[in-house]
Design a protein around this ligand. Sequence first.
Ligand SMILES: CCCCCCCCCCCCCCCC(=O)SCCNC(=O)CCNC(=O)[C@H](O)C(C)(C)COP(=O)(O)OP(=O)(O)OC[C@H]1O[C@@H](n2cnc3c(N)ncnc32)[C@H](O)[C@@H]1OP(=O)(O)O
Length: 225
Amino acid sequence: MLRSCAARLRTLGAVPGPARRSFSSEKATQKDYSLPNPSWTKDIRLLYDQFMKKCEDGSWKRLPSYKCKSTQRVQNFRNLFLDTKFVEEQTPKAQIFTRSLEEGLGFEYVMFHNEAEKRVVCVFQGGPHLQGNHGYVHGGAIATMIDITAGTCAVLTGGYAMTANLNINFRRPIPLCSVVVINSQIDKIEGRKYFISCDIRSVDEKTLYSEATSLFIKLDPNSLK
Ligand SMILES: CCCCCCCCCCCCCCCC(=O)SCCNC(=O)CCNC(=O)[C@H](O)C(C)(C)COP(=O)(O)OP(=O)(O)OC[C@H]1O[C@@H](n2cnc3c(N)ncnc32)[C@H](O)[C@@H]1OP(=O)(O)O
């Protein structure tokens, strides 16, 4: 599995040599990282196409994804929740964690949002630099993907929110370079509390890899600054 994955990436030019650095040094761009790239396998492309088809009637929306783009949403978050001095000193170098590895080596994913159903689906291909146990995706990388999928679901439903609790059952290991589907949905909203469940399944839906429950708290501007 790993050998074929490395060979594929080398063919695609994503792994030019053994001394390749993990973290990208390229300048911040406005590139949308949720669009297909040469490291995407047939499976992720197929699912991407299926979801893009579902987007045609407007029920689903593809969510663009950037390394560090300063959107209006980000500006508003900074104004509400962050100290101005901290923003000036620390955030210019900041990058989205899941978009900081070289193309094809880490987190390749695209998310789709269904507003009416309060659902976010993420199609995820975990690259070779996410290895935990030999040949399998690290549990921390899996937790990260669950967190951002559920977190996106919370934020798009209720506004700025943070993870207060994340509980994961890892049922089956996820092979490196395979494609999985992460499904998240809001189960319950109680005031500022958003209860979101999530599962990760194989493309054919036959294998349940992980399931999780989470609690996100809608932020109160007074509780962070
Ligand atoms: C076009 C494209 C659009 C794309 C659009 C994308 C959007 C972009 C998506 C970003 C997706 C990022 C996803 C990463 C998300 C992180 O990585 S977050 C990082 C990890 N989390 C943290 O660091 C949070 C640390 N914790 C905290 O800061 C604070 O505890 C919190 C969570 C803000 C809550 O603090 P607070 O606002 O002061 O709330 P507090 O009064 O303590 O509690 C409120 C209620 O919640 C309950 N509660 C709080 N914590 C807990 C807990 N752990 N368990 C149970 N109950 C709890 C309290 O008991 C209380 O209940 P009630 O008394 O009201 O019944």
